[in-house]
Design a protein around this ligand. Structure first.
Ligand code: HEC
Ligand code: HEC
Length: 163
């Protein structure tokens, strides 16, 4: 008599659990980095990888990167100058030491803006947060690169990095 009810109970538990996880993710908190909303930036900077959240780097980093799109991590990401100006303004205005400051508090701690780091994945805090991630996960066919945030953070494109 009990047996037929078991799968139902487990199913309900699963639903309750995912609702809990979703609820937490949507509540935001310290693992939320507002995603790019500008359609031009999304298009120009989101075709080869996700459009990285501007608050993850200081303004100096974005300016340095935008100054040399021809040599962009081995890729040529050049765009026309008018577009580039718009993208640079957007990224700089929402950077982790300007408009996006309140989101980047921890990620950019101890980072000198003068050094203008080009990789989020080189930031000391990023390295620290990921030091326990095992080798096989980096090499997973679905991941392959540290820069492929969405390979592990399913909601990265919406700004959530809870896991
Ligand atoms: C033609 C493809 C292409 C376009 C377009 C492109 N990128 Fe990239 N980007 C790359 C490649 C390739 C890497 C290196 C990825 C890796 O290490 O796996 C990269 C890496 C990055 C990284 C460093 C990620 C890390 O490791 O922390 C940032 C930040 C970045 N891009 C920002 C931008 C911005 C901003 C734009 C728009 C102006 C842009 N990208 C457009 C190809 C591109
Ligand atoms: C191979 C999988 C993997 C990739 C790829 C990855 N992460 Fe993570 N990330 C993790 C795991 C696992 C954690 C949780 C670490 C912990 O809590 O011990 C984490 C934690 C984080 C945190 C901290 C959140 C918290 O709970 O404090 C941030 C922010 C973050 N990642 C951002 C990124 C960004 C940005 C990228 C891409 C540039 C990225 N991650 C790529 C697996 C990954």
């Amino acid at each position: 008599m009990n047996i037929p009810y078991r799968p139902l109970t487990l199913g309900l538990l699963a639903i309750a659990f995912s609702a809990l996880v979703l609820g937490r993710a949507q509540a935001g908190g310290s693992h939320y980095f507002p995603p790019v909303v500008d359609p031009v930036v999304k298009e120009e900077c989101g075709s080869c990888h996700i459009a990285f959240a501007p608050s993850m780097l200081p303004a100096s980093s974005w300016k340095r990167m935008m100054d040399d799109l021809k040599n962009h991590f081995g890729a040529d990401a050049t765009i026309d100058p008018a577009m580039a100006a718009r993208v640079t303004d957007y990224l700089a205005n929402n950077a982790g030491d300007s408009g996006g400051r309140r989101y980047s508090d921890k990620l950019l701690r101890g980072v000198s803006t003068i050094s203008a780091p080009l990789r989020i994945t080189d930031l000391p805090k990023w390295v620290k947060e990921h030091r326990k991630v095992p080798d096989r996960e980096w090499k997973h066919p679905r991941v392959r690169s540290k820069a492929n945030c969405a390979g592990c953070h399913a909601d990265a494109e919406r700004g959530y990095y809870d896991e």
